[in-house]
Design a binder for this molecule. Sequence first.
Ligand SMILES: Nc1ncnc2c1ncn2[C@@H]1O[C@H](COP(=O)(O)OP(=O)(O)OP(=O)(O)O)[C@@H](O)[C@H]1O
Ligand SMILES: [Mg+2]
Length: 254
Amino acid sequence: MLTIRNLEKDYGGVPVLERISLDIKEGCFCGIVGPSGCGKSTFLRILLGQEAPSRGELLLDGVPLPNEPSTERGIVFQRYSVFPHLTARENLLLAHDFEGSPFLGRAFGTRRREAERMADQLLDRTGLDPARDRYPAQLSGGMQQRLAIAQALMKRPRMLLLDEPFGALDPGVRLEMHDLLLELWREHGMTVFMVTHDISEAFKLSTRVLTFDKVRTDPQFPDAYGATVTYDLSVDGTAFPDNIEKDDPNAEAG
Ligand SMILES: Nc1ncnc2c1ncn2[C@@H]1O[C@H](COP(=O)(O)OP(=O)(O)OP(=O)(O)O)[C@@H](O)[C@H]1O
Ligand SMILES: [Mg+2]
């Protein structure tokens, strides 16, 4: 589905990413780990189209990805800013409005009813239904994060980009979020890229784990080289029984 060829990214002549080539299958759950500052968020921003690569190719179904965010790609940041003046349900409906008509705003008629149906379904699936009319400030961190994920899913993205989505959550809520994310991933058949600092989380959830790091370093010039993919591991399920059949997004849970 996604082909990346010799992708490189510099900021003001300083290389951040270099020589990244990957083929990503539709439905893959790609975990991304690596030291702080190695370019993981930069890589996600390039996938999102928020940032252009300095060199190299990025093809979706063989066609160059447009350098602007589109509804094919949804993103959830570590601290996602849902709109504070809108309730949980209104936040979801707004995500849908923006997609349909970014300048006009609200959707009407059939489109509106479709959006409401989707919002209610997602509120239900993320366990936020009882909190549908609450404002973000009245939600816990875990609930806000579920709302952010629901908001990204309102656009039915083919690709879901998650940048340390559970970093701020306590361990119990994290485990609940893992289950929810895996269920939604299977249901929607999405391709997921998830950056995390937690290696066990990456192996638990992913079908493929990519590690980013610098392979070349020059002590005289620490900025001379960028990071690349140092390991590309297929998680086959033998070592991680939780992972069996995760390559098939439509596979039954369990
Ligand atoms: N807009 C920008 N302008 C200049 N330099 C940038 C910009 N964005 C990122 N960088 C630099 O690129 C490098 C990679 O940053 P990035 O945020 O992608 O790292 P990361 O792997 O996500 O780190 P962390 O794990 O701490 O989130 C850093 O050295 C950062 O300073
Ligand atoms: Mg980052």
